[in-house]
Design a protein around this ligand. Sequence first.
Ligand SMILES: [Fe+2]
Ligand SMILES: [Fe+2]
Length: 256
Amino acid sequence: MGDWVAWKLVRIARWFMDRATGIGREQQVDMKNPTTSVVAEKPLTEAQWLVRLIFLESIAGVPGMVAGMLRHLHSLRRLKRDNGWIESLLEESYNERMHLLTFMTLSEPGWFMKTMILGAQGVFFNALFISYLISPRITHRFVGYLEEEAVHTYTRLINEIEAGALPNWSDPKFEVPEIAVSYWRLPEGKRTMRDLFLYVRADEAVHRGVNHTLSNLKQKEDPNPFVSEYKAGQEGRKPNAALKPEGYEREEVIGC
Ligand SMILES: [Fe+2]
Ligand SMILES: [Fe+2]
């Protein structure tokens, strides 16, 4: 039931997001099969993409920080160890902020956008704060579904670039921002916008797998299977969240 509610909430949020960013009917893709659908009749423009990406990434950096903060405070006040979750959660929010900083070098949001971001953060932070206190399990599930949407969004963007629908970004000579080259250590020859979005999408796939897995675990006692120390104990089989869209079941990653 909780999973269903989390899923529906994400779908509703996506619907509003599409309306709010002015995506017309002919710009929509088949949302029943978002990753396999071809380029929409009228692809989004680069400016439309940037509005969407900047807004979404400014939101995406919130959950990891809220969850990490609450687990950190829990550890402090209960005098208990955290089992390694905080590290992954804060890493996630840092990674999302790097997505945002990368896109910010391509566009300077206007006052309307800045106001929207301000308002959205106020609502989203508080909603997540309360929901994480009530049910961290459902909140991680919600974030897992949210990241799924991000994977679909970047897949669509990559499709549009490959189809040559975006005048600048489809051009292999268009230079990716310097900040992206240093953050992802993009090798020579892998610095097109398509490459950049492949990296970003891979990050989102990791967040998706991590959050769905965390949702499947016992919140208070299970260790985080994705942190470095724990990987060593897995007989060399470290779980790869990017390859598990639905996350790992508890039995797969908690060896006991
Ligand atoms: Fe992101
Ligand atoms: Fe993400």
